[in-house]
Ligand binder design. Structure first.
Ligand code: NI
Length: 267
């Protein structure tokens, strides 16, 4: 995959995300109206740890396009493992990919997930667009609820399939707002709801990263036995601070990301 193909893929992922999240489109427009440019700090992807679809598989097209692994993170309570990838070109978004430790679920749920993945055609598994191919399997609302009892993450992923979970506005590059607090106030004044798990602002100057996010808006999902509204995707905001050597911290903070995951909780 060359750079122009990568740009096309990122654009396709952005369009997929916007189509499912009218709120994200509104928020992006609000910031675009006030700024010369709105830069995306990172894209987040979710998957299972099964070898056909694990982080390594999802990262393949990005690696081919010049991305490199740049950090890894463990989320013990949520049974997740994540890695982030970045490109030499600082204008390209970082890619944060998490995977669920499938074996942490009940044997019924593990079987359900294995059967879902078995529905993917071999050519889909090796396609560059796997990470935004959506849901290629049948799922009933009952099965969704079964997964939900054990893992919000598993249920979200089963319902939506492989697609960007969120994009992230890089607050440092905004001229309209100087801090995460200002961004949060602006969004609340416009009527958007923020994820308050762990406080509206996650992280700190000392941690070199402050983040906040909206709460995922409800999306109508077609299940095999009914149609139901469940939390979809959200928009994130990140402000990065310099390390001692003067360069901006480019990693993630596990304790903050742990709370950001809860932006798609059904509550
Ligand atoms: Ni994020």
């Amino acid at each position: 995959m060359n750079k122009s193909e990568l740009t096309e893929m990122l654009e396709a992922m952005w369009q997929d995300y916007l189509a499912m999240n009218p709120e994200a489109r509104q928020i992006h427009q609000l910031f675009s109206d006030l700024n010369y440019q709105v830069i995306n700090d990172h894209i987040a992807l979710r998957t299972f740890d099964l070898e056909e679809v694990n982080i390594e598989q999802m990262a393949r097209p990005f690696i081919q396009a010049g991305y490199e692994p740049a950090g890894e993170y463990h989320f013990k309570a949520k049974q997740l493992y994540a890695q982030h990838f970045q490109h030499r070109d600082p204008l390209l978004p970082k890619v944060f990919i998490s995977q669920l430790m499938t074996e942490s679920l009940s044997s019924d749920s593990q079987l359900l997930i294995h059967n879902m993945i078995a529905e993917l055609e071999p050519e889909q598994l090796v396609a560059d667009n796997l990470c935004y191919s959506g849901r290629a399997w049948d799922l009933s609302y009952t099965e969704y609820q079964q997964l939900l009892e054990q893992s919000e993450y598993a249920a979200w992923l089963a319902a939506f399939g492989f697609r960007p979970n969120h994009f992230t506005i890089f607050v440092n590059a905004l001229t309209s707002h100087n801090s995460i607090g200002e961004v949060n106030q602006f969004l609340k004044d416009k009527g958007f709801r923020l994820n308050t798990a762990g406080g509206e602002i996650k992280g700190s100057v000392e941690a070199r990263l402050e983040q906040s996010s909206t709460l995922a808006n409800p999306v109508s999902v077609h299940f095999s036995d009914c149609e139901a509204e469940i939390p979809g995707c959200y928009y994130e905001f990140a402000r990065r601070y310099p390390l001692d050597d003067g360069t901006l911290y480019q990693g993630f903070v596990t304790a903050s990301a742990d709370k950001i995951f809860e932006s798609t909780d059904t509550r």
